[in-house]
Design a protein around this ligand. Structure first.
Ligand code: SAM
Length: 385
């Protein structure tokens, strides 16, 4: 929102400074925390945005509340349903939580002179932070939604920031090969686009939210060092980001509720537990490839069940609060999960940050590994091509 101060009695620069201090107190490196103290987040926001509790914050209704919330460490949804009216209110663009942005900036290991490509301009706030750090000539950001790209460009210019903002598909950015040292994606991918390996120079780094499949639980922050036709690096912990537009949840349906139960067994505890614990569920996706999950309700029960479906085949699993484990299809999903959890415990229950990813363009493979790239946990074809 360009040049907007009317109706506000609060001083945004004090709020920004307090946000920078809050981030520094959380352990964000000083040079990164300072960016948040200097770049005016509110100049990148729309008149209306939503916080995660779905509360609507309207500048016209209450400018001070709108401004105060803008400088809190929260994600602010700025577009729903790709900007269409009458949708379900699904967040399709946002200004991510400042602490999450700070994590990504730290993971990118940025230095003066670095050329950076951001995929997912959104509000333009992150492009503003990058420009404050590196200068306008070093920063390019691409946004798939033309209106968002134009708005971000105008808002950033109004605040004195002039990075290059492109409208287009950041999975196939219209930029020259080997023209960037860093690529920071602010949308999740399951398949790291091969083009990213072209546009980032060997010896550079790709920082991206990654999840093995759109139906997997949550995601992780991948920091991948680039080499010739390869990118490889550790995960920097879990995080949840909206999906890159071309890789969104493909509506893989829950298992057919009338499908014949081919195997049934009973566990002593609640078999849903690993899937209901956010961090453990993400770990499961690093331990076992190619599945998606969701929750469902059966008539006559009070607690939802967890369902899991196998991406490459029609196998499925239903896990109930009362200990029932039901499954169908040829893939022994339950056995695979229980074996994987046992194996992970035998390795000393390593955290997400001990796992990493290699994407290999020549062999069209992606590998999740533990501790080092030569200790594969699983390897799958990287799709789509
Ligand atoms: C979480 S928001 C980005 C936040 C942003 N960096 C900021 O500072 O406000 C994710 C953005 O990625 C955009 N996006 C999704 N898929 C994309 C693609 N293939 N290319 C470019 N942008 C994409 C969405 O339209 C959305 O605006």
């Amino acid at each position: 929102m360009s040049g907007q101060n009317e109706g506000m009695t609060l001083d945004h620069s004090l709020l920004a400074r307090a946000l920078g201090t809050e981030l520094a107190d959380q352990g964000v490196p000083e040079p990164i925390a300072e960016l948040f103290a200097r770049v005016p987040r509110h100049r990148c926001l729309s008149h209306v945005y939503w916080t995660d509790d779905r509360a609507r914050h309207d500048w016209v209704a209450d400018p001070d509340e709108w401004l105060r919330t803008a400088y809190t460490d929260q994600p602010l949804t700025t577009q729903r349903d790709d900007g269409a009216d009458g949708g379900m209110g699904i967040a399709t663009s946002s200004s991510s939580a400042p602490s999450v942005m700070a994590r990504m900036l730290a993971a990118a290991d940025l230095h003066p002179g670095h050329d950076v490509l951001e995929v997912g301009t959104g509000t333009g706030y992150n492009a503003g932070l990058l420009t404050e750090l590196l200068g306008p000539d070093q920063v390019t950001s691409i946004e798939v939604d033309e209106i968002l790209a134009a708005t971000a460009r105008a808002n950033l210019a109004g605040a004195g920031y002039l990075p290059t903002i492109l409208a287009g598909d950041g999975e196939d950015p219209p930029v020259a090969a080997a023209s960037f040292d860093r690529l920071i994606a602010t949308c999740t991918v399951a398949a790291v686009p091969w083009r990213w390996l072209d546009v980032v120079r060997p010896g550079g780094r790709i920082v991206t939210p990654w999840s093995p499949s759109p139906g997997a639980p949550g995601g992780v922050l991948a920091a991948l060092d680039t080499g010739s036709g390869r990118a490889c690096g550790r995960f920097e912990g879990s995080l949840a980001f909206m999906w890159a537009r071309g890789q969104r949840w493909p509506n893989q349906p829950a298992p057919d509720p009338t499908a014949r139960v081919e195997h049934a067994e009973h566990t002593s505890g609640d078999p849903r537990e690993p899937w209901l614990d956010g961090e453990m569920a993400v770990l499961l996706s690093l331990l076992v490839p190619d599945w998606s999950f969701g929750m469902g309700m059966e008539p006559g029960t009070e607690e939802p069940h967890v369902w899991v479906s196998s991406a490459p085949c029609s196998s499925w699993l239903r896990l109930h609060a009362d200990g029932r484990v039901e499954s169908g299809g040829p893939r022994p999903l339950w056995e695979q999960f229980t074996n994987a959890i046992e194996w992970w415990q035998a390795q000393g229950a390593p955290p997400i940050t001990e796992f990493g990813l290699t994407v290999d363009r020549d062999r069209a493979l992606q590998t999740v590994w533990l501790h080092s790239p030569d200790s594969a946990v699983w390897t799958t074809p990287r799709s789509p091509a």
